[in-house]
Design a protein. Structure first.
Length: 564
């Protein structure tokens, strides 16, 4: 299984830097707070550049930092070419980019093209202008049903629960795939297309190296005069013809974006967040004529089981070879329960649900989770992820082995998914996504465990101190030191995008593959120990054991890197 040769040690001008990069996702409001107001900010990120450099990542991806009412954690954007005053200024952004670049770390920013916020200047103008106006054409407005238009145009449900259509004062309704405060753009409108090209150039001109494209599969829509019911909509195939999702013409938009990316030297990069129905559909977003890369979430939704991992790795590397892109590997992000927690819960065994949501809905009971097993498997899965050809996306705090924070009082929650659904049906994200977005612990003690001089915008649990950077820094065997050493070795070992399954070792509960140069990864995802093959042990996710004959034994839930 071979892909084009590249590596993370390539020079700063290398246009292929992204192919095997380790990218660290920063949720700015929860990373570091420099001014003590309880909200993370850009100066906080700048202050932690030495930490990021020591960690060994190639790039950071910043979730939205734009002006926002925070109806959806910043994904309700008032101005896509500004910085929220609570997070900083454009000057702060420039200083952060300069500091990261000086440390050899590239910068990826979130772009939110499906919708604006309801405070965006265009949406305010649309409300003021009234039905039939040019201003309304930038969004998706419809007349309602019923004798007086009092019923929504369709009975659709938003991704966060509740109706997907909201009525305005003059009687019309607008579509919002997500929260009410996030009206969908009309991407058939040339002004929408042109404005986003302006936004891409604005950030690229400020030194941004790439873009993460939010809900990339939803921009193009084709809504008939008589809208289908929710049941009819759900039954429609997502094969390029669905009215709302993954339409073929969305790639015309990204072809325009690619021409903008290629105006720069090196070209700017992009990665699509596209939850689509097949690897083949995802590959279209990752084409060289489009965004160039697309998130592969298959490992993120899988049980930590060797057979499942083997099938996912094989299928995604095959698709990457066909598209000419590199695969992406993700275990946690800002939208899901942290993988240290997921892996401590009973396996899904093929059930189609987001692992951890049912546990959270029950209040996160300790009797329902084996935290030690979860962290052990999380560390093992991370060494698998970092050994694979392609890029690895890491979510802030996973390098500390953080578990999901379940103990958040209802009054302190912020995620609209929590408020728009009932306890019986928490919809898209279970009980919300606040538990993975709690501000990071930097110190053992303090009002916010070193996050800032003040408090934290989401409550931090008492156990955070023992999982803080201070508690793990320099401690042999800590998860932080495991990540640092793994990322250091990854830079040293990474070569051509090739992988071969290790004959005689790979099989059953043992996942084993080899990269060029004799870099062998052996992951024991079963319940019993297995003898480790001969070679130089480079790193292991946990302590090894010894057999009676002195042979090294890889315990259950452990991964080792060997050079042979």
């Amino acid at each position: 299984m071979t892909l084009p040769a590249t590596g993370p040690s390539a020079p700063a001008t290398d246009p292929t830097w992204w192919r095997q990069a380790a990218v660290y996702q920063i949720y700015p409001r929860s990373f570091a707070d420099a001014n003590g107001d309880g909200i993370g900010d850009l100066r906080g990120v700048t202050s932690r550049v030495p930490y990021l450099s020591a960690l060994g990542v190639d790039a950071v991806w910043l979730s939205p930092f734009y002006p926002s009412a925070l109806a959806d954690g910043g994904y309700d954007v008032d101005d896509p070419r500004g910085v929220d005053p609570r997070i900083g200024t454009l000057e702060d952004f420039d200083a952060m980019v300069a500091a990261l670049h000086e440390s050899g770390i590239r910068v990826v920013v979130d772009i939110v093209p499906n919708h604006s916020s309801d405070r965006h200047a265009w949406f305010r103008a649309a409300l003021a202008a009234g039905p039939g106006s040019p201003e309304r054409e930038r969004y998706i407005f419809r007349d309602g049903l019923g004798e007086h238009g009092e019923l929504p145009p369709a009975d659709w449900t938003s991704a966060f629960g509740g109706p997907a259509w909201t009525r305005v004062e003059d009687g019309q309704w607008y579509l919002h795939t997500f929260a009410t405060e996030q009206p969908d753009y009309n991407w058939a409108h040339p002004e929408v297309r042109e404005d986003f090209l302006t936004t891409l150039r604005f950030w690229a001109d400020r030194g941004v190296d790439g873009f993460r494209v939010d809900v990339a599969n939803s921009l193009a829509k084709d809504l008939p005069e008589v809208l289908p019911s929710a049941a009819e909509l759900s039954a429609m195939p997502k094969d390029g013809t669905h009215p709302l999702w993954d339409r073929d013409e969305v790639h015309e938009i990204y072809a325009e974006w690619r021409r903008v990316f290629d105006e720069y030297d090196p070209p700017r990069t992009a990665v699509a967040e596209a939850w689509v129905d097949s690897p083949e559909r995802r590959a279209r977003y990752a084409s060289p004529e489009g965004l160039g890369q697309a998130f592969n979430f298959d490992l993120l939704v899988a049980d930590p089981e060797a057979g499942a991992f083997r099938r996912i790795i094989t299928a995604n590397l095959e698709q990457s070879a066909l598209s000419g892109s590199s695969s992406t590997w993700v275990l946690s992000n800002h939208d899901v329960v942290r993988h240290a927690t997921r892996y401590g819960l009973p396996p899904l065994e093929g059930r189609r649900e987001k692992q951890g949501t049912a546990w959270l809905a029950e209040g996160g009971p300790e009797k329902g989770i084996d935290r030690e097993r979860g962290l052990r498997l999380a560390r093992a899965a991370t060494l698998v992820e970092l050994a694979l050809p392609g890029s690895a996306y890491l979510f802030q705090g996973e390098e500390l082995g953080l578990h999901e924070v379940a103990e958040i009082p209802d009054a302190d929650r912020q995620d609209p998914a929590f408020f728009r659904t009932t306890p019986e049906d928490r919809g898209f994200d279970g009980v919300g996504r606040d538990g993975c977005r709690v501000p990071l612990p930097w110190t053992r003690e303090g009002s916010s465990f070193g996050f800032g001089e003040g408090g934290a915008h989401l409550p931090q649990p008492a156990w955070f101190g023992g999982s803080s950077v201070q508690a793990e820094d320099g401690v042999p065997g800590s998860t932080l030191e495991l990540y640092r050493e793994a990322l250091r070795l990854r830079r040293e070992l990474q070569g051509a995008e090739e992988l071969s399954w290790a004959e005689g070792i790979d099989g059953g509960d043992v996942l084993a593959f080899e990269r060029p140069g004799g870099w062998l990864t052996v992951a024991n995802l079963g319940a019993a120990g297995t003898t480790l093959p001969a070679g130089e042990l480079l790193l292991a996710s946990g302590p090894l054991e010894a057999a009676a004959d002195g042979a090294a034994v890889l315990p259950a839930g452990t991964t080792a890197w060997i050079r042979r």
